[in-house]
Design a binder for this molecule. Structure first.
Ligand code: AMP
Length: 486
């Protein structure tokens, strides 16, 4: 018999599964080195998910799969890639918070249907996956993972439509929320975005083959040319080298591209909707400097998330930019602590102040966002102990007051510092002299230049698609994955 606190914990794990999934997807159709190209594509998308990854290749009859926990470079070696034959492949990188990060949830999700094998790589979160799942479970369906993609596959398997392509469209017309998908059937690569267009997905060409990727930085790495971005609600089917476009879904009233992709999540060298992320972040920094000027000697970024906005701030304010803190890029989740305690040990593992640069200086510390407030609390202390005379924190986005339900990893509302504290309180908690966030109006004004609609629910609390899953209690999984011992 399970204790009720254990049951509650499992329930929370399941909820986390549903709401926190950051991912990157990639697909290639008709290339002699499909698996290898996919490996490289995932390499470039690694920032979108570091917990698990997978590649599924196809020779037109069978699908070959390898999925594992870990980084792309650690999971895939030459020998493994050699075992993934065929001219077609899709891949996935996934991040999810502890507890939800089990191998059985790693993607691409694979299923054998009466119409052949199907593999799905999904970026985004559905807001009614739990509701559909319960409905299907009530009718006898058995689910083996906690990923939203399984709901899509179960719907697809039950669809009365004829081809896999029609069945997929039928299944997708029942789900709500965010999906940028690449799907591989025995003879086609299908790429699609939900009608709101929450998450990115771009098309490229390489040696005559078609490529789909979450971000254009993946196209750059493999030397593919950028073709175009998929439109919201568009379904693209590539078969025998030919591309067909379908628009089967009712269009959303407005596009809702995730503004946080521009602010934090995407790589700065990517273009989202043909806008360069780096340039946009710099614009945010400039807008921030205009809204919250400060008399200071140095602008210092929080590495690496604040780099570009800090540059924009420094240029606009005419204050020198200095990387007065260094970040260790090789930090893993766990490390062996010293037996005797060293002051601020935990912080210094990741960041350290550059001696001498800070002494007696008034510093503007710039980051893209504050979530729980832990990073800045540590860094402000570090700058002060490094000799900074004043520390002024500037954030290139508005206060994060709501969790994302469409595919960005954010904690619950209660854990978001700006949802439960006033700006004055946050200032005191992180110990800064002054604090300035870019205003919502300032963000929206800067985003006008993007020329498309966007979702800023995490800052505005205006959610474009209602969250249906929150109101239901998902069925508990009573299986706990036991980790392999190394
Ligand atoms: P916190 O310490 O909880 O306030 O987190 C703030 C830091 O996390 C900032 O440096 C952000 O750049 C970074 N950040 C913001 N959103 C995310 C996210 N979804 N996943 C990982 N890091 C994030």
């Amino acid at each position: 018999m399970m204790r009720s606190d254990e049951a509650v914990e499992l329930l929370r794990e399941r909820e986390r599964d549903h709401f926190r999934d950051e991912c990157g997807v990639f697909g290639v159709h008709g290339h002699g080195e499909a698996a290898n190209i996919t490996y490289l594509g995932l390499y470039a998308l690694q920032h979108r998910g570091q917990e698990s990854c997978g590649i599924v290749s196809s020779n037109g009859r069978e699908h070959y799969v390898h999925r594992a926990m870990g980084l792309v470079a650690d999971v895939f070696g030459e020998k493994t890639l050699d075992k993934l034959p065929g001219r077609h492949a899709i891949g996935h990188v996934r991040y999810s918070t502890a507890g939800a990060s089990q191998l059985r949830n790693a993607q691409p999700f694979c299923a054998t249907t009466d119409a052949g094998p199907v593999a799905i790589a999904h970026n985004g979160n559905l807001v009614n996956a739990g509701v559909i799942r319960r409905e299907l479970e009530g009718r006898g369906a058995i689910f083996s993972t906690a990923v939203d993609s399984e709901v899509i596959v179960q719907l697809l398997a039950r669809s009365r439509e004829h081809s896999l392509e029609e069945r997929l469209i039928d299944a997708l017309s029942r789900v709500k929320g965010a999906f940028s998908l690449v799907v591989m059937t025995p003879d086609a690569l299908i790429a699609t975005r939900d009608p709101h267009g929450f998450r990115p997905l771009s098309l490229g060409r390489l040696d005559g083959a078609w490529v789909a990727a979450s971000e254009t930085c993946a196209l750059d790495l493999i030397g593919a040319s950028f073709e175009r971005d998929l439109d919201p609600g568009e379904v693209v089917v590539v078969r025998r080298g030919r591309l067909r476009t379908l628009r089967p879904f009712t269009p959303a009233p407005r596009e809702r591209f995730c503004i946080f992709e521009y602010i934090y999540f995407a790589r700065p060298d990517s273009n989202l909707n043909r806008t360069n992320v780096y340039s946009f972040r710099k614009e945010l920094g400039r807008a921030l400097a205009r809204e919250h000027p400060v008399d200071a000697d140095l602008v210092v970024p929080v590495l690496d998330s604040g780099n570009t906005a800090a540059l924009g701030y420094a240029e606009e304010a005419g204050i020198p930019y200095e990387q007065a803190m260094i970040r260790n890029h090789y930090v893993r989740r766990t490390f062996i602590e010293p037996a005797q305690s060293i002051r601020h040990f935990g912080v210094k593992v990741k960041h350290n102040a550059v001696q001498g640069v800070l002494v007696g200086k008034r510093v503007v510390l710039v980051d893209d966002s504050i979530v729980r407030g832990t990073t800045l609390t540590k860094l402000v202390t570090m700058l002060r102990s490094g000799g900074a005379q004043e520390v002024h924190v500037r954030i290139s986005s508005p206060p994060t007051i709501g969790p994302c339900h469409y595919g960005i990893d954010t904690p619950t509302r209660e854990e978001l510092i700006a949802a439960v504290h006033t700006e004055q309180e946050i200032r005191n908690i992180i110990g800064t002299d002054t604090l300035g966030y870019l205003s919502l109006e300032g963000l929206r004004r800067t985003a006008e230049g993007l020329k498309h609609g966007f979702c800023d629910a995490c800052f505005s609390d205006e959610y474009p698609v209602a969250i249906e899953d929150e109101k239901t209690t998902p069925q508990l999984s009573l299986f706990r994955e036991v980790e392999e011992e190394h």
